[in-house]
Design a protein around this ligand. Sequence first.
Ligand code: PLP
Length: 399
Amino acid sequence: RSRVSARIAGITPSATLAVDAKAKALKAEGRPVIGFGAGQPDFPTPDYIVEAAAAAVHERVNHGYTAAAGLPELREAIAAKTLRDSGFECDASQVLVTNGGKQAVYSAFATLLDPGDEVLLLAPYWTTYPESITLAGGVPVQVTADDSTDYLVGVEQLEAARTERTKVLLFNSPSNPTGSVYPREQVEAIGRWAAEHGIWVVTDEIYEHLVYDGVTAESMPVVVPELADQTLILNGVAKTYSMTGWRVGWIVGPQDVIKAAASFQSHLCGNVANVSQRAALAAVAGPLDAVERMRASFDVRRKKIVSMLSEIPGVHCPTPQGAFYAYPSVKALLGKEIRGERPADTVALADLILREAEVAIVPGEAFGTPGYFRFSYALAEEDLVEGVSRVANLLSEAR
Ligand code: PLP
């Protein structure tokens, strides 16, 4: 018998974390590594949220367990915030507070899937998705879009991938890793198709406020209201309020499914840390001006990074309209000689870039699409410029 179960041993180690670990090791040796790997805003959590948390710590009433599904006032506030921000109307009983958006993803699939159920997974996808589907006994069915369509998948592709085992469509717009945002018509077309075939939708809206060029993030069950009874909306405070370490996310969905997921949660982790829930309450019940300031700052960096990447021969970078990632294709550079090496895939090329240019980026293999790099632009503008310049210099040697 093996020491580790086949289920857990089968998890692919996170390539995002692997790049991060290598970059940290180089930094520890004193090398000036610039990291484009991190998926977190580089801003501090706004003061009023920190103060609410500090006050909560001093109130003993906040030191105990909460209800498994979350503090009633937080569930209320999330329902109100959902209506305010996306137009989706729901009751507090339809909200489950989770340990970050990550646990929302895991619990959503654990609650919906039976062994063999298929989930349509739009690629490039966020690294955690396939693992959480597989761990729940489901089968991820990858549906891929490339840079020629700005990474947007069409209904025909979904229809071609549909089988009688298809239970769920996983949707994420704005997307990690591509930054793509589905326009309203396409959200509607996909939503109608899902409704018509009785397919559940799990829609991850964690980047809803980080959109640029005047586009808006459309919530699928708002655009297609008949989906409401077969949709789980995932969200959290991490990206909007720069609260990655506080670990608060949530699922909004039909009452019966939320009740089942809450029952699972009561055995899994009991509840999300009480004080963190108090902080999240201050965040979601408060204003959106801090995220507006972050958004404006990300927008400046977005334009900078896209223009710099686009100038590199062999690199094609669609303009991302959301989140804080750029996802250029570097397919034209694979197999070329750079400093005596011929990297054949983006894992090898990212490794060469880390060693020779001291810049950390995540290869597309981590997102189901070799041939691309993900650059997170959640870093200071001068570091961004220096980092992309180093990559550009190195790649210009390709022969
Ligand atoms: N969903 C997407 C698409 C993400 O990129 C992330 C974080 O990187 C999350 C969910 C989860 O964030 P957290 O668990 O920090 O709330």
